[in-house]
Design a protein around this ligand. Structure first.
Ligand SMILES: C[S@@+](CC[C@H](N)C(=O)[O-])C[C@H]1O[C@@H](n2cnc3c(N)ncnc32)[C@H](O)[C@@H]1O
Length: 272
């Protein structure tokens, strides 16, 4: 079990938890967080089926489930879902949705680096937009390997939210000019004001402070003991479906970002 001491990133973990707790209220307003269209839902479903296979009532763990967007998606596919997150306001939102939909999704407060779940408990693990903000991804991946059944599969969906591509920078500059002269409507910002600074400060201290790159994530996943590690950068369907929510320049810029999925399998002892 992990013990946190002052000076051992305890403060950073508390800051991350507080940050997401404060983001919970407006989190679902942002395209890219909540899924707003059938087209986007279908694209997510295809990605999940491609990497995790048919649900068939199997047990799924959604790590850092936030407001439960992915948990509900997995439930809709026919998985029996548990969502873990350490921000209570996020969990509250997720539970309210489950109540409204009358779905038996279990949402628990836990640190994904120390889930308190049993060994070999889940058929599949899914996690979206978490790895980039982990303090200790190696510890997290070892923990995820532990709770996955032998032969079980993991799907990590993430991105590099630090490095801005040249094209995106140029598009942002043009958008700024067009907004100033009133030719382009600014995209609404859904994060509460003043949170950008907290975000930058946190990002500068997490493991992937230089941005989470697919190959680095895949390497750590393999090091933790997973096999059949693969990187999938073909998320075009999802991004295309999301792009209608932004102005054309922002949509183009987002298309240039390094976003990816990493999938892997927990080896079966006899295969080793
Ligand atoms: C960007 S949100 C993503 C939420 C959700 N996965 C989604 O895609 O809609 C990041 C989430 O990770 C959670 N989180 C970050 N680090 C965590 C940790 N160590 N343990 C549990 N939750 C964590 C935050 O509380 C927050 O809800």
């Amino acid at each position: 079990m992990q013990t946190e001491m002052p000076g051992d990133n305890y403060g950073l973990r508390e800051e991350i938890k507080a940050y997401w707790s404060a983001r919970a209220e407006t989190f679902d307003l942002s395209p890219g967080h909540e899924i707003f269209t059938h087209k986007e839902m279908a694209a997510w479903r295809r990605l999940i089926l491609k990497h995790l296979g048919e649900a068939d009532g199997r047990l799924a763990l959604d790590l850092a489930s936030g407001t439960g967007v992915i948990s509900h998606l997995m439930d809709g596919l026919g998985f029996q879902v548990t969502g873990l997150d350490w921000a209570e306001p996020m969990l509250e939102k997720a539970r309210l949705k489950a109540k409204a939909r009358q779905r038996p999704i279990r949402f628990r407060m836990a640190d994904v680096e120390n889930t308190m779940e049993a060994d070999d408990a889940y058929d599949v693990i899914i996690t979206r937009h978490l790895v980039w903000t982990l303090v200790d991804p190696a510890a997290a991946f070892a923990e995820w390997l532990r709770v996955l059944k032998p032969g079980g599969r993991i799907l990590i969906v993430d991105g590099d939210f630090v490095n801005v591509t040249r094209t995106e920078r140029a598009l942002k500059a043009v958008a700024k000019i067009l907004e100033r002269i009133g030719w382009l409507k600014p995209d609404p910002m859904h994060a509460p004001p003043g949170m950008m600074e907290a975000h930058h400060s946190i990002v500068s201290r997490v493991h992937f402070s230089n941005g989470a790159r697919a190959e680095q994530v895949a390497e750590l996943v393999a090091k933790a003991g997973f096999t059949e590690v693969q990187v999938d950068t073909d998320l075009r369907d999802i991004h295309k479906a999301q792009s209608r929510h932004w102005n054309a320049l922002k949509a183009l810029g987002r298309g240039t970002q390094h976003r990816f999925a990493v999938t892997a399998k927990k080896p079966i002892a006899s295969e080793g």
